[in-house]
Design a protein around this ligand. Structure first.
Ligand SMILES: CCCCCCCC/C=C\CCCCCCCC(=O)SCCNC(=O)CCNC(=O)[C@H](O)C(C)(C)COP(=O)(O)OP(=O)(O)OC[C@H]1O[C@@H](n2cnc3c(N)ncnc32)[C@H](O)[C@@H]1OP(=O)(O)O
Length: 248
């Protein structure tokens, strides 16, 4: 049990200690990002980072990725990091890779467990997204391209898929700010439908932290900011990681 808890804690801690990707000097940011993925998958034993660009990303997704990624802290040749409040958060297909599960999960289920938003293999089919956190302003921006498997109303994104992305972005943001949390309350107002295949911005901002409670607001908008698609308020409650192992 103590070993399980140590592994869970390690997973949460790693969320706040990522360093931004190093950009190769002779390539454009997009070329560099794409080649980084290819190289990683061939030579690195590291798990795949799903928030790096892939061939399914459209031009708007790439433009926004390059825009935010260029503002992130970069490692200099001396191994120092340049002071920038922005940081790109990597994203893996297991929420906590080493979490052994609770008494309520069999070993078979746990070994097959995959993060909901990262479990469809075909690039571009479902949730394509990358998150950037601004430590100074305590806000987080996600660029999200909604694939064809997320259809709800004809030609538009399912409300449950939008809720999933809001929970994912604000939940990651709350974890970054407050450590291990669970969503206690999620209120959503759907203002205008999101066309399937489009790229949108999801902005998460901290409202208040009161004891164990972290209150976050979230907006889903068109990339030029002219259209509000969805807004939400979310309450997260800090938990002791043993809450997850014991099954609540
Ligand atoms: C899971 C963590 C994710 C980490 C990410 C890791 C790295 C990143 C990797 C990948 C990114 C993906 C990120 C995804 C994130 C998704 C997160 C989810 O979707 S979580 C699943 C859905 N949520 C549940 O299943 C909760 C079920 N509920 C519970 O377990 C409990 O009710 C809990 C923990 C929420 C609270 O239980 P208590 O016993 O610990 O605490 P009490 O005393 O009830 O509440 C504490 C305070 O909060 C208020 N509170 C609690 N629930 C409330 C509610 N529903 N509405 C309003 N207030 C509430 C209470 O009134 C109290 O306030 P007063 O201190 O008295 O002021």
């Amino acid at each position: 049990m103590a070993r399980m808890l140590r592994r869970l804690r390690k997973g949460f801690q790693s969320l706040t200690s990522f360093s931004a990707a190093t950009i190769q000097p002779n390539l454009s940011a997009s070329e560099s990002s794409r080649s980084e993925v290819a190289l990683l998958s061939f030579f690195s034993p590291k798990p795949r980072d799903f928030s790096l660009p892939n061939s399914s990303w459209g031009s708007e997704m790439m433009r926004l990725y390059d825009h935010y990624n260029s503002q992130c802290e970069a490692e200099t040749e001396g191994g120092q990091t340049q002071g920038s409040p922005w940081q790109r958060l990597p994203s893996y297909n297991r929420s906590l890779k080493y979490a052994p599960g609770g008494v309520y999960l069999s070993k078979i289920v746990q070994s097959k467990a995959r993060l909901f938003t990262r479990n469809i293999r075909e690039p571009g089919a479902a949730f394509e997204y990358a998150l950037f956190v601004n430590k100074g302003e305590k806000k987080c921006v996600c660029i999200f391209q909604a694939g064809w498997l997320l259809e709800g109303p004809p030609g538009h994104v399912h409300g449950g898929a939008i809720a999933t992305m809001i929970d994912t972005v604000t939940g990651t943001h709350a974890t970054f700010l407050s450590g291990p949390i669970m969503t206690a309350n999620l209120n959503i107002a759907y203002r205008s439908p999101i066309p399937l295949g489009s790229t949108v911005l999801i902005e998460s901002s901290l409202d208040t932290q009161e004891g164990r409670k972290t209150f976050i607001s979230c907006k889903v908008m068109s990339t030029d900011g002219s259209k509000l698609h969805t807004e939400a308020t979310v309450l997260f409650v800090s938990i002791n990681v043993s809450h997850l192992v014991r099954g609540g």
